[in-house]
Design a protein around this ligand. Sequence first.
Ligand SMILES: Nc1ncnc2c1ncn2[C@@H]1O[C@H](COP(=O)(O)OP(=O)(O)OP(=O)(O)O)[C@@H](O)[C@H]1O
Ligand SMILES: [Mg+2]
Length: 329
Amino acid sequence: MISSTRLDQMGNSPAFVAVLRASRLVAITHATVLILGESGVGKELLARSLHDASPRAKEAFITVNCAALSESLVESELFGHAKGAFTGALTERVGRIATAHGGTLFLDEIGDMPLAIQAKMLRFLENGECQPVGQEQPRKVNVRVVAATNRDLATMVTAGKFRQDLFYRLQVVPLHLPPLRERGQDIELLATAFLENFARQQGVTAPSFTYSAMEWLRSYPWPGNIRELRNLCERAVIFQAGQRLEVSFVQAHLQPRTFRFPSESQDACDGLADATLTMQHKGISLDTLERDMIRAALHKTNGNRTHAARLLDISRDTLLYRMKKHALR
Ligand SMILES: Nc1ncnc2c1ncn2[C@@H]1O[C@H](COP(=O)(O)OP(=O)(O)OP(=O)(O)O)[C@@H](O)[C@H]1O
Ligand SMILES: [Mg+2]
């Protein structure tokens, strides 16, 4: 069972408790799990907890970041290849799937898996057979698959960017981690634990938030979710050990000076980076900035207007009005 005292299991908010309860139940099974949630909500941590709480805990936990795989190498990376399977295949290669034999295979950023490889992945999920490139005999592999994504897979299926059959096969047990802004009552618990942990690591006295700073944290939208809170607490321990953390401190460290997205990925912010550059060199047009922000938010959310509006902290109607104004679709 997952220990209830672990930092990564902390929280009392109903949505989080529900996910935790479901994850405890599913951990001991071999079912495929799909972890969903915005960037920084703790998907990778949950995947590891599932593995640690499973009968496979002593076996391998292999992570494959599907977004980082080049399309030409992905098949051999995942499934392995036989010696001489293609030019440059000088020796046999055991793929990541086979490396995870007996343990857990974590397919991170599954929404970014190239379409070309999705059919082969589906076949593997259905019959547990792993077919190395250039090898006739498939090999039976026993792995538990956990996948994660911050993308809206259903929308990607509609847009033809993700296979529907794979989507359904992955959804055996979907676990949706709530964003931090919906876990208001957990913020104090998490922040205190982070401050104490970092302080202990650095051998200093933990700082603490004033009542009004904590109120401020509870009303902040947390685009970077737990990652952002963790970083804030680490900074607080470095710069303010043993002190009271005032609203001015959190504002200086959190209030977006430029618009930020709940992702560390750069591509979503490209429009903004351009806008910022323009500002540095020749002043900035607010109209351009607004258009670029809307474009970037729509890109980040795969065109989902409700999510994009939430990212921009405006109503959906306002977003639609402004999209019309900028002739965006
Ligand atoms: N419940 C938690 N308790 C403690 N730390 C957490 C918790 N959830 C997440 N974190 C920390 O927040 C950071 C982000 O977590 P993680 O990498 O698991 O998020 P993610 O959902 O996989 O994000 P991304 O979509 O950007 O990959 C990590 O440093 C992780 O240790
Ligand atoms: Mg992750």
